[in-house]
Design a protein around this ligand. Structure first.
Ligand code: I6G
Length: 668
């Protein structure tokens, strides 16, 4: 065959494979068998192998993933990726529809486009002249992470658009998810490999998409439904949202087949109940439905609140409950030695996910709910929260049930367990000799808000402790490439990347360092207060409990824990080794302008112009304390889009509410 013929064959093969992908994935109507498809694919691979110079980045063979990245680049969204307001009840939805009609000044039924809401990860995919050039996560809505290599491994996402009148630029937005079957297979595999399974399909999808090594993403069963557009250039969009979705399908993009256009709120509710009935039969997990005003002109009229469109709402399904039997109870040991009882359940399907564990929180809860081993219990699962035992079905109690007894010794290191009076939790007294506590301490030290060592995740820490390569956090700075490269799922490149991140973490801030040490009861906010007050480690270390209590918001309990921590010689040894290894931070600046000193803020919901962490940092620089929950001591609650229950609590306590604009004015 001449070279020209070979080249022609390659081009034709690519076209045929793309066409079959479209029939298979977008139209859900394959027109050839899997074996025939595989034959075409193999032939293309063989020809490309013979002529690598003819491989193009958008060839269907180029979805195997690329070499691992050190970190993800940032992508700024020219049109923000918003979130949605939630409706939890039919009444919430009726109120939404009422607001829409008031703003549109109409009594007529509004036309809505409805679709199931998937529990996945929102992404934006940019095509230029029809070629996929970039894909990113939502991130904080304004800036996301560049996950192009990972997105390209998902076979149902076209590497180039098909059809006519392809826009010069098209940013398509969608939800990447993991179908239930794939999720179950992935977790079964993880179990066989003695790895920690993913808690739910959402976490599995997010974990897979945020892999620095796209070759791993390529092995994960990810799918997408596209639900809208961002930036477009040189294209005239139709006047209805539902028509835009049809255009997307025409360009080869996958759109949910369950989308329906309805009129008025009653039809919305009927759609909702239809989907709720269908939910357990679907191949993927959904957590509600989304309604959007269908006419773009009306959408425009309605506009946006801070972080969300006014023309759309997510109507959530209620938390799901099911009954099963507690087969055993085991105790997990956390960073501070706290024991958490976990019920091992007879596996049960709840909303399409198999649940085999549920938290029992602590011994008080067990007593309060009267839970015994062997009991039939109601468990509840809501979103990604760890399932919990709600109550016991007493009528089903057998004579054989057994009392749940707090162990006398730690299940991991066999040290004594102590139950301090006034405290709900029981603790292992093994401290650093307990591998479970050591692992959790190291995971905390490396975590994003502490020393931020990217790549030193849970599984790796478990391995490093099990192989005795890490006994305490200071050992992190003495790890070698050889030690790392020899571990499971690590190679030379990943070892080098991790060492780079470890080196980077040596430059930190005083408050991060204090937080990273994991002193009991010292969270981020307390660490900041301590850093601002004492400025240097030696001053803090010498402080008495009384002096510690002079710090804003530090009471006798925290002061005692902090003083005890620095009195302990083995803690000081670790600190000295950390400093000797090169961990350092700039001097803490004495700020002369602390207008919010003594004021407590709470943030809820998503902000449009900054992340919650950024807002927190800015407020704290001005002297404010930013707390995690609302109490009578809270001065202000900053309310972003999709606020949580903190907003209700703030309203109940009559705490002053600030929207994002008000916050920005205060920060000026
Ligand atoms: O997160 C989302 C999931 C599904 C969405 C969404 C959606 O439509 C089906 N639509 C919009 C407009 C937004 N987020 C912002």
């Amino acid at each position: 065959m001449s070279l020209t013929d070979l080249k022609k064959e390659i081009i034709q093969l690519r076209q045929r494979i793309d066409e079959h992908n479209y029939y298979y994935y977008v139209l859900d109507n394959p027109i050839i068998s899997d074996a025939e498809y595989d034959k075409l694919f193999q032939r293309l691979k063989t020809l490309e192998h013979q002529h690598p110079e003819w491989i193009t980045p958008d060839s269907p063979t180029q979805r195997v993933g690329a070499a691992p990245l050190g970190s993800f680049a940032e992508v700024k969204h020219d049109i923000p990726m918003l979130s949605l307001e939630n409706a939890f009840t039919d009444e919430d939805l009726i109120a939404f529809d009422q607001r829409i009609r008031e703003r549109l000044k109409t009594h007529a039924n509004v036309e809505y486009c409805c679709e199931p809401k998937l529990d996945g990860l929102a992404v934006s995919i940019r095509y230029e002249k029809g070629i996929l050039v970039r894909a990113s996560t939502r991130g904080d809505g304004t800036t996301g992470e560049d996950i192009t290599d990972n997105i390209k491994t998902i076979k149902m996402i076209p590497l180039h658009l098909r059809g006519d009148s392809i826009p010069r630029v098209l940013e398509v937005r969608g939800e990447v998810y993991m179908p239930l079957k794939g999720f179950q297979l992935l977790n079964a595999h993880a179990k066989r490999q003695n790895e920690k399974p993913f808690a739910n399909p959402r976490n599995a999808a997010a974990g897979s998409l945020r892999q620095l090594d796209s070759r791993i993403t390529a092995l994960r069963p990810l799918e997408i439904f596209c639900y809208g557009v961002g930036v477009t250039e040189s294209v005239k969009l139709p006047i209805k949202h539902s028509e835009i979705l049809k255009n997307l399908m025409g360009w080869g993009l996958r759109v949910s087949p369950l989308i329906e256009v309805v009129h008025g709120v009653e039809e919305c509710l009927r759609y909702y109940h239809r989907m709720a009935n269908k939910r357990s039969k679907l191949l993927f997990e959904i957590d509600g439905v989304v309604y959007k005003v269908n006419h773009l002109a009306e959408q425009e009229k309605l506009g946006y609140v801070t972080r969300a469109p006014r023309f759309a709402i997510a109507h959530k399904f209620p938390a799901e409950e099911a009954s099963t039997i507690i087969e055993a109870v085991q105790f997990q040991v956390g960073r501070t030695g706290a024991l958490t009882p976990v019920a091992r359940l007879k596996p049960i399907h709840v909303g399409g996910v198999t649940i085999s564990n549920a938290t029992l929180h602590n011994m008080d809860e067990i007593k309060r709910k009267g839970i015994h081993i062997g009991d039939t219990v109601i468990i509840r699962r809501a979103g990604d929260v760890i399932p919990e035992v709600v109550s016991v079905v007493l009528v089903k109690r057998s004579m054989q049930v057994k009392k749940i007894i707090l162990p006398k010794h730690c299940p991991i290191c066999h040290s004594m367990i102590e139950q301090v009076e006034d405290e709900k939790v029981a603790r292992c007294t093994g401290e650093l000799i307990c591998p479970a506590q050591r692992k959790e301490t190291i995971k905390h030290f490396a975590s994003r808000r502490a020393m931020d060592i990217e790549g030193l995740g849970d599984k790796l820490v478990d391995q490093l402790v099990d192989h005795q390569l890490l006994k305490n956090v200071a050992d992190i700075y003495h790890l070698t490439e050889d030690q790392l490269a020899n571990l499971e799922r690590m190679g030379k490149k990943s070892a080098q990347n991790l060492l780079t991140q470890i080196e980077k973490s040596k430059t930190t801030t005083f408050d991060r360092f204090l937080y990273a040490l994991g002193i009991r009861e010292v969270g981020q906010a307390t660490a900041k207060q301590l850093a601002m007050h004492f400025k240097t480690l030696s001053a803090l270390q010498k402080a008495t409990e009384e002096e510690l209590q002079m710090v804003l918001d530090i009471g006798p309990v925290v002061a005692a824990h902090a003083a005890h921590f620095f009195d302990e010689s083995r803690n000081m040894d670790v600190i000295h080794r950390l400093l000797k290894a090169g961990v350092h931070w700039p001097d803490v600046k004495i700020s002369h302008s602390l207008p919010f000193l003594g004021k407590t803020f709470v943030l809820t919901g998503t902000l449009r112009t900054m992340t919650r962490d950024e807002a927190k940092e800015k407020l704290e620089k001005l002297g404010a304390k930013v707390a995690g929950s609302v109490s009578s001591k809270t001065n202000y609650v900053v309310v972003g889009a999709d606020p949580g229950s903190k907003l209700d609590k703030a309203k109940a306590l009559h705490v002053e509410l600030l929207d994002e604009e008000a916050l920005q004015r205060m920060l000026l």
